[in-house]
Design a protein around this ligand. Structure first.
Ligand SMILES: Nc1ncnc2c1ncn2[C@@H]1O[C@H](COP(=O)(O)OP(=O)(O)OP(=O)(O)O)[C@@H](O)[C@H]1O
Ligand SMILES: [Mg+2]
Length: 277
């Protein structure tokens, strides 16, 4: 679950905020496209979710974690729940394909035995079996993108966020990546992708969120289209019993999921024993 409530971000020297009171709710297992012109604020929104940047105003909750209560040392814990695929891949050039994926597990303390079991499975999932010993420089752009996806999937995150995963790829390779993300979504992972690829968005007809000058100007929940200026917001009729006009608030979600601000092994204390007289 991803929840933003009136999130604003101001960068110095910019006339308009990079994000201007953006509120949205993404439920578990959804597949969402985030679209908007260059400079609209897509990457900024993603950086809010990964905590690379902090908002100036507003509330963010991801997977039951309330960012207002998150301490710096808890950020790695958050990054285990969210897989991020960056547009420039951020692969380690001097490590092989196998090592790039294994490294993502090593740094979060996964055992060697578990790494040996997991890496081949994930590489198989993204269609890269056989390339284990190659270095990133020996791969095509599409293959590099697959390594980046494999690396973020290895920790089995509940949410996968990809900033322009098809940027710089030819149409056929782009479709391969999108189909892979659909497959990952079918396993139950929430997917949020930014893209400029009109064809892919219009063919897949998923939920499409549009931002312009930092403002969310469209949220087509079903059958979404790529339309950066005049967004058609489709209203989906649902039975009265389940319909609600607004996304749940952070408080409602916290109450429903009974989540504390953040519960990590470091912050969870054993319950005190009752004294027996
Ligand atoms: N680190 C930064 N410092 C100052 N301004 C920034 C910074 N990052 C982004 N901005 C500004 O915030 C606005 C939104 O940028 P952002 O990178 O989110 O756009 P985008 O929608 O991802 O664009 P693109 O499609 O080109 O990737 C832009 O006006 C940009 O100049
Ligand atoms: Mg961007």
């Amino acid at each position: 679950m991803i929840l933003l409530e009136k999130v604003s971000k101001y960068y110095p020297h910019d006339k308009v905020p990079a994000l201007d009171e953006v509120s949205l709710h993404i439920a578990p297992k959804e597949f969402v496209f985030l679209v908007g012109k260059s400079g609209a604020g897509k990457s900024t929104l993603i950086k809010m979710l990964t905590r690379e940047e902090k908002p100036d105003y507003g509330k963010i909750m991801v997977g039951g974690i309330d960012y207002d209560f998150m301490k710096k040392r808890q950020i790695p814990h958050l990054r285990r729940r969210i897989g991020v695929v960056f547009q420039d891949f951020k692969l380690l050039p001097n490590r092989t394909v196998y090592e790039n994926v294994a490294f993502a597990l090593e740094i979060v303390g996964v055992s060697n035995a578990e790494i040996k079991r997991t890496v081949p499975k994930v590489l198989d999932l993204v269609g890269l079996s056989g390339t284990e010993k190659k270095f990133p420089g020996e791969l095509s752009g599409g293959q590099r993108q697959r390594v980046a996806i494999a690396r973020s999937m290895a920790r089995q995150p509940k949410i996968l966020i990809a900033d322009e995963p098809t940027g710089n790829l030819d149409p056929e390779t782009s479709w391969g990546i999108v189909r892979l993300l659909e497959e990952i979504n079918n396993f139950g992972t929430t997917i949020l992708i930014t893209t400029h690829d009109e064809q892919i968005v219009n063919q897949l007809r998923k939920r499409v969120i549009t931002i312009r000058n930092g403002k969310m100007i469209g949220d087509q929940k079903n059958d979404g289209h790529y339309d950066l200026d005049a967004v058609r917001t489709r209203i989906v009729k649902r039975p009265l019993a389940t319909a609600r006009r607004t996304a749940p608030t952070a408080d409602e979600i916290r109450r429903a999921t009974n989540s504390r601000p953040i519960a990590t092994p470091e912050t969870t204390r054993p319950t005190p024993r009752r004294r027996v007289i």
